[in-house]
Design a protein around this ligand. Structure first.
Ligand code: CAA
Length: 257
């Protein structure tokens, strides 16, 4: 399985471990993530969860484009639902979650980080929602979670341009809470996790549920709409062109079909 879990002193560190593809998510990888997150849910020994990526370069470079390139609308919709299930399972964990973003967090990588309660980043972290450059739209929650986190104007700029956001900007716009040198990121994440883990698990779970109600009523139907539109963007000429161009390492030529 390409998702590792290490439990120590009430903290579970979950590592997305597919560094040869910068921890990009295949269906198999997403299924492993879902199983791992669900296994943490009922584990009373786990008081706080840290999510990070294996290797020095990436948290996760998003959904696996080589798997997505040939998907039909129905297959794209199913893939979108799987990503939504992972993000939803993370968001719904009773234990607090910290994303320790240690490099590229692109597309689904940013979206998984957005589903965590708190984001910390290394100085080399890079965020983006490059889906529109691939002929699709963000499909695992960014249209809702990024918008509510950084505000509609900035979210629109980031999602509609596909541009990158470096660690300094991420800190400035509230996408991450703090930035650390790469070699200190995990120690700082553990320090915060320990502080959180010392608190009442009951109170933490209740606080999380209540805080989510500040937004979830409004985002629930938005997430459904995003999931439907994500599926509909597959099987289109633009999706095939965008993803084929990435694989062939050339710029895409979109026709809007
Ligand atoms: N899917 C599949 N393979 C990927 C990948 C991805 N998302 N990201 C990186 N890889 C693979 C590369 O193809 C490459 O494999 P090969 O050696 O077999 O060619 C390997 O990982 C290393 O990547 P690069 O050679 O490209 O490394 P780089 O340093 O030149 O560039 C990068 C790094 C900027 C992250 C670049 O890999 C990149 O742009 N990746 C794609 C990022 C992206 O567009 N993600 C969004 C996907 S769509 C999505 O996530 C939809 C959604 O909403 C859920």
């Amino acid at each position: 399985m390409a998702v590792d879990v290490a439990r120590a002193d009430g903290i579970a560190t979950v590592t997305m471990n597919r560094p040869e593809a910068l921890n990009a998510f295949t269906s198999e990888q997403l299924a492993a993530m879902l199983e791992t997150i669900r296994s943490l849910r009922g584990d009373r020994s786990v008081r706080c969860v840290i999510l990070t990526g294996a290797g020095a370069r990436a948290f996760a470079a998003g959904a696996d484009i080589k798997e997505m390139v040939d998907k039909t609308g129905d297959q794209g919709a199913a893939f979108g639902r799987l990503g939504h299930a992972v993000a939803g399972a993370l968001e719904g964990l009773p234990q607090p979650t910290i994303a320790a973003v240690n490099g590229f967090a692109l597309g689904g990588g940013t979206e998984v980080a957005l589903a965590c309660d708190i984001r910390l980043a290394s100085e080399n972290a890079v965020f983006a929602q490059p889906e529109v450059t691939l002929g699709i739209l963000p499909g695992w929650g960014a249209t809702q979670r990024l918008t509510r986190l950084v505000g509609p104007g900035l979210a629109a700029e980031i999602i509609l341009s596909g541009r990158r956001v470096n660690a300094d900007e991420a800190l400035r716009i509230g996408l991450v809470n703090a930035v650390y040198p790469s070699d200190r990121l995990m120690a700082e994440a553990l320090k915060l996790a320990n502080q959180i883990a010392a608190n009442s698990p009951r109170a933490l779970a209740a606080a999380k549920r209540a805080m989510q109600l500040a937004f979830n009523g409004a985002t629930a139907s938005g997430l459904d709409t995003e999931a439907r539109l994500f599926g509909e963007s597959f099987g289109t000429a633009d999706q095939r062109e965008g993803m084929t161009a990435f694989i062939e390492k050339r710029p895409p030529v979109f026709t809007g079909e």
